[in-house]
Every structure is written in structure tokens, then in C-alpha cells.
Design a protein around this ligand. Structure first.
Ligand SMILES: C[S@@+](CC[C@H](N)C(=O)[O-])C[C@H]1O[C@@H](n2cnc3c(N)ncnc32)[C@H](O)[C@@H]1O
Length: 252
């Protein structure tokens, strides 16, 4: 039977790789390296560096493909996401069918951890539920950008005995979630925190965390908000893309 591994590689620093991931990397015959957009080149390079650094027998293949992107002209967001997932599922099924022999192991190297804002697990379940190629799969956890952010800022994720919410910039535009005082925001293209009344909120912001380009800023939103916006815009212009995450906290 074909075997597929979904390997979390951590969110930026090759040292975030776990021992379990190293053992998994060394079982793989063919790696699928899939990225998209302006960051593609850098993220692909990091995945190849990880393979070169941690795999002892270089007798493996790498298959690169460009991930399809959401149609930004489609007015119905849910429809656009559904279409995107269908396109990704077709691509993944084709790769597994054509590139992995019956007794071989293929792997998807997932940024951070495969359970957090990543569709690989859902896509493989979709292929198995449909009439796609037959395989078994395992998931190897990785260090998420949330853990990387809190470690670099030396801050606990939650306040004592309190809840945490992880959300997207798109959802934060509707306001600070009710009933939580610690909110992690990912996938924010629009500086959604600017919409919030900032009187008692602190922010722990990080871009390109774990990489040589890492930028960290923290403080009261009212005091550091403008600086984050300025630094973020400049970094995005300089690199052509940005990848940032932040923790918003209402101190108790
Ligand atoms: C599609 S999600 C993938 C999350 C990933 N699976 C994880 O475990 O962190 C991409 C988002 O993760 C966040 N992110 C990933 N890596 C990051 C990094 N090194 N620095 C800052 N944010 C990062 C950003 O919010 C980015 O928009």
C-alpha cells in the first residue's frame, strides 16, 4: 500500500524540526513541495534545505508544483474557497497516483503544524472518501507560528485559567471576540487590529518569525500600533510578501 506522511516542519527556523519529523523525513521516497505566490521561492528553498540538512541517504526525489490560488474576483467567498479546495484535491490525487509507487512513501512538508490553518489533512481525507488513489497516511506534528511567536516574545499564550482564541484577520474585522482576553490573529492582510478600540489592549507582533528576517514588536496597542503598521508596510515592500502573526491581550 502507498504510504503518505504529512510532516509539520515548523514555522520558519529549520531548528524547529522535531526528532519525530527527522525520522519521518528519512523514510520518504518522494517529497511534494507545494507553494504559491510571491513567497514561493523562499519557502520552497527552506523545505529543500531541511531535506538536505536532515536526510542521511540522498536517494529521494522532489516533485515541485504550484498550489492553485483562491479566485479573488469570485464575490462569494465560500464558493471561492470550495473551488480552491476542489482544485487542490485534484492536484494532490494526481501527485499521489502518478508519483508514488505501490510500496513507496510520499510526503507533504507542511509549514508549521498540519492541524492549524492548513488543508492537507482535509484534502487527503477527501481523496480517500472519493474514488481517488488508495493509501494510508500519518501526521507528524510541527511547531506552529503561534508557539514560535510566544517563545520569541517570552510570553505565555493564556492568562492563568483563561481561554485563548485563534482567529483570522478577516474575522477580527468584526471586532474583538467575546469572552476571551487572549486572541491570536493569523492570515491578516489588512492590519485588522487597527479597527479595535485600543485602550487596554497589548499586542505581541511577529513577522517572518524564526527566519533571518524576523521582526518582533510588542507593547500597548495605542503606543506601538503605528510603528507596527510602518514596519510591516516597509518589510512587505522590501521582501515582496509578508507572513505575520500577533497575540492581542487584555491584561486582567
Ligand atoms: C496558512 S497559515 C499556516 C499556519 C501554519 N500551519 C502554522 O502552524 O503556523 C499561514 C499563516 O501563518 C502565520 N505564519 C506562519 N509562519 C509564520 C512565521 N514564520 N512568522 C509569522 N507568522 C507566520 C501567518 O499568519 C500566515 O498568514
Amino acid at each position: 500500500m502507498k504510504k503518505i506522511l504529512i510532516i509539520g516542519i515548523g514555522a520558519g527556523n529549520p531548528d524547529y524540526i522535531t526528532m519525530q519529523a527527522v525520522k519521518a523525513l528519512n523514510q520518504v521516497d518522494v517529497f511534494f513541495i507545494l507553494d504559491k505566490g510571491p513567497a514561493k521561492e523562499k519557502l520552497t528553498r527552506l523545505r529543500k534545505d531541511i531535506c538536505e540538512q536532515y536526510i542521511t541517504d540522498p536517494n529521494y526525489r522532489v516533485v515541485e508544483a504550484t498550489l492553485p490560488e483562491r479566485d479573488r474576483h469570485q464575490p462569494d467567498y465560500d464558493q471561492a474557497v470550495g473551488d480552491l479546495n476542489d482544485a487542490k484535491q485534484a492536484l494532490f490525487a494526481q501527485l499521489i497516483r502518478d508519483e508514488v509507487a505501490e510500496d513507496q512513501c510520499g510526503a507533504f512538508l507542511v509549514w508549521g503544524d498540519p492541524s492549524l490553518y492548513d488543508s492537507t489533512i482535509r484534502i487527503l481525507d477527501g481523496i480517500l472518501a472519493a474514488d481517488g488513489p488508495v493509501f494510508e497516511y500519518d501526521v507528524i506534528p510541527g511547531i506552529t507560528s503561534v508557539q514560535a511567536l510566544t517563545a520569541r516574545h517570552k510570553v505565555p499564550l493564556n492568562q492563568i485559567g483563561r481561554a485563548v482564541e485563534i482567529t483570522t484577520g478577516r474575522r477580527l474585522l468584526r471586532g474583538m471576540p467575546e469572552g476571551v482576553d487572549s486572541v491570536v490573529v493569523m492570515l491578516d492582510n489588512n492590519n485588522a487590529w487597527r479597527q479595535l478600540p485600543d485602550a487596554d489592549l497589548s499586542i505581541y507582533w511577529g513577522a517572518y518569525i524564526g527566519t533571518p528576517d524576523e521582526i518582533l514588536i510588542s507593547g500597548k496597542l495605542a503606543e506601538v500600533g503605528e510603528e507596527i503598521e510602518r514596519v510591516r508596510t516597509a518589510a512587505r515592500e522590501a521582501n515582496g510578501w509578508i507572513m505575520d502573526t500577533y497575540l492581542l491581550r487584555r491584561e486582567s
